[in-house]
Ligand binder design. Sequence first.
Ligand code: GDP
Length: 417
Amino acid sequence: RSLGNGKHARSQSPLKFFAEAKKSINDVFKDIAEYVTESQNYLSALPENCKCENAKSVEEFGNMIQGIIEVLTRDHMKVVFFGRTSNGKSTTINAMLRNKIMPSGIGHTTHCFIQVEGCESSEGFLLTEDSDQQKSISDIKQLASALSKVKLKENSLIRILWPKQKCKFLREDVVFLDSPGIDVTPDLDDWIDKHCLDADVFVLVANAESTLMQTEKNFFHKVSSRLSKPNIFILQNRWDISVGEDDPEEVEQVKEQHYQRNVEFLADQLKVVDRQEAKNRIFFVSAKETLISRLHEDNKTPTPHGSLQRNYQERAFAFANFEQAFEVCISKSAVRTKFEQHSQRGRNITSSLRSVMDETHKKSQQQGDKLQEVKSEKESELDFLEKQTLVLTTEMKDKIKAMVEEVERKVSYAMNM
Ligand code: GDP
């Protein structure tokens, strides 16, 4: 199979890295599934006395591979947004999705988590934890009213399934999780266990008008104790407010102060990145302006006068730079966290299959030798079928050996692309 085309696609978006690795690993597992079926068919045709004890486990390998393929198709990249109420988490998600999907305010008054993920259908719908029933949401007003009607437990999860065709990030298997304001929910441990252990990236949406709060910092201390070196980005949002200041020097000073404190937090306190890399994780943006300008750009309508502040371009670039860094980070992390386990299990299965075939080979050889002794004088009478079995087992053994090597090669290719 050709794995080469990926190189070209990857230069378009770093997110493709995940999709390509997913496809390659999926192909490898399909190959393994074929080999397992082939071995299974072969073993079932073999005389009982040539089979080794573990021959039955080959059937089990087939089920395991199917299980992995199923999980693999559901694997995605997950980004979780945190911050105080009204810092602009929902607006940031909407700006990235170039759609007004997240309702402002609602997630926080109900204390629940809202996840946006892609679906194949052309209409969006809503799923709550307590039922399998899909609630349709053809527009966002309807979503807001649907949310206000459903009774939700604290910390529960609402899933918004939104047409993949409408958003690049959803098409590429990114899932967005918006959290209730960190200032209104006390039980952070519960949150982390329930919603954050499979996250690839965390985005802290901070308010550039104030410094990071202790609750915001505590959350990441807790996350760091559960996940080794979580990937964290800090968005200093509402930076458009700064243009109201008369003194540009003062604005620069405020910016520098935020930089210093955020770098200190990421590098010295959390120790998740070094100081140099920490600087690349902090962005001064305005989610509101970015959302407004993107919506108008997509609709080909002019942005209303006064909705974008002075030097808007600078903040728009910062937002785009954030997305670029985010894409590289999330796809790399997801390939590692999601696929490493699968490929390890794939390796284990292929090497177990190999040892079953090796043993089967040994056993048929012993059988052959026994026959040889019995019929030593009449070599020519050696049962044709028995001879054939020996030849075939050797062939099969070599094939499995080659397959194991091929799997190793393909897996390491997919993991290191
Ligand atoms: P959340 O509670 O963190 O999800 O915050 P929302 O996204 O709901 O935003 C709360 C309010 O802040 C809304 O009225 C937004 O329009 C506004 N807002 C969000 N981002 C910005 C921004 O960058 N600049 C300004 N001026 N307002 C913003």
